[in-house]
Design a protein around this ligand. Structure first.
Ligand SMILES: Cc1cc2nc3c(=O)[nH]c(=O)nc-3n(C[C@H](O)[C@H](O)[C@H](O)COP(=O)(O)O)c2cc1C
Length: 343
């Protein structure tokens, strides 16, 4: 299908030695971008850049969770995977550099530093977006991580701590001088958290003239949003987080649109429901029955959103304890679709 929208100019993105064919990044989402999520997104789109959830640099060094290779490990990256990075958070340069070494050995293709997480327990520990308030420390962290790895080092941040302190541009220029390979910029401040709208015009101001590739981020849900964010910001690529929840095919549609101006069809309702079961199976295989059935609930809500009968599923989801129960629930929704087709 051809869109009536014109297409933004496609820019070639190179992150250190990684030459991307696409322009889309699925950035870290704690509690979402685990291995099953990334496997499904990769099945649709061989060109999308992805990252693990944010990982605590301290935990990587001190917690058994990262030492026991038999447990699901947040650093899990499939063998042969060449476009997935590991995101680290922390504020101690030495610990961040040690964590970068561990992430490098674990198979990351790039190391991303989290300077954007707004959550109180993270910023109160001086991590995430709190680093925007301490530019010197932020620079020391970038230096420390860079000196610990040969991989490209990237930073993900926000416009500033609040509207009185919009320092993303100053930081980006300094990080660029230190040799980071790409920047992801979310068009909100820390104070906004996830409220209000992402300000794409302010992303444009912050990144004008930068030489490193930039992924503009915030509130991209549709192809129209993709066109607008790229045209308004002048960014090289787009980072889409929530817009890929329950939509592992979305990045492929976006990459295809940026390359050709055409819109690929999205899976039909039946295929979406099948995908939810596939995700469920992967999740249980990966995490075991108890954690797997608990963790899949928030994903299934996204897959079934807007489908006939989906509101009834919400209540049942909280009771979900097995793959068979998920199947029963999803088959019921598939039956609703047949009924819908007949009418
Ligand atoms: C559930 C959730 C978890 C997130 N976890 C992280 C994270 O671990 N690291 C990070 O840098 N950003 C994290 N983010 C922020 C997203 O990467 C992204 O910047 C933000 O959601 C705005 O983009 P969007 O409008 O496309 O979702 C998270 C966002 C959500 C909704």
């Amino acid at each position: 299908m051809t869109l009536s929208l014109s297409k933004p100019a496609k820019k070639q993105i190179k992150i250190g030695n990684i030459e991307l064919k696409g322009n889309v990044y699925i950035p870290p989402m704690a509690g979402f971008t685990d291995l099953p999520y990334r496997i499904l997104c990769r099945e649709f789109d061989e060109d999308v850049l992805m990252s693990t959830e944010m990982l605590s640099s301290k935990a990587m060094i001190y917690s058994d969770q990262y030492k026991n290779i038999h447990e699901p490990n947040k650093m899990d990256i499939p063998e042969g995977e060449s476009l997935t990075g590991i995101q680290l958070f922390g504020h101690e340069p030495e610990i961040m550099s040690e964590a970068a070494r561990i992430a490098t050995d674990a198979g990351a293709r790039f190391i991303d530093i989290n300077m954007g997480c707004p959550v109180a327990k993270i910023v109160n520990g001086m991590d995430g977006a709190a680093l925007m308030k301490y530019p010197e420390l932020a620079l020391n962290i970038v230096k420390a991580v860079k000196s610990a790895t040969n991989l490209p080092v990237t930073v993900k941040t926000r416009l500033g701590w609040d509207y009185d302190n919009l320092n993303a541009r100053d930081l980006a220029l300094m990080f660029q001088d230190l040799g980071i390979s790409a920047l992801t910029l979310h068009g909100r401040t820390r104070s906004q958290k996830y409220e209000g709208n992402a300000k794409w015009e302010l992303i444009a101001e912050a990144i004008a003239g930068l030489e490193i590739p930039v992924f503009a981020n915030g509130d991209v849900k549709t192809i129209e949003d993709v066109k607008n964010i790229l045209e308004i910001t002048g960014a090289d690529g787009v980072a889409i987080a929530r817009g890929t929840m329950g939509k592992p095919w979305f990045s492929k549609q976006v990459n295809h649109y940026i390359a050709t101006g055409e819109m690929l069809p999205e899976p039909d309702a039946h295929a979406k429901l099948e995908l939810s079961l596939k995700h469920c199976k992967l999740m249980i295989e990966y995490r075991g029955i108890e954690a797997g059935t608990r963790e899949i609930r928030k994903h299934i809500v996204k897959y079934v959103h807007g489908l006939p009968g989906s509101s009834k599923v919400r209540g049942k989801l909280s009771q979900l304890n097995s793959y068979e129960e998920a199947e029963e629930m999803i088959f019921e929704l598939m039956d609703n679709l047949k009924y819908d087709d007949r009418n």
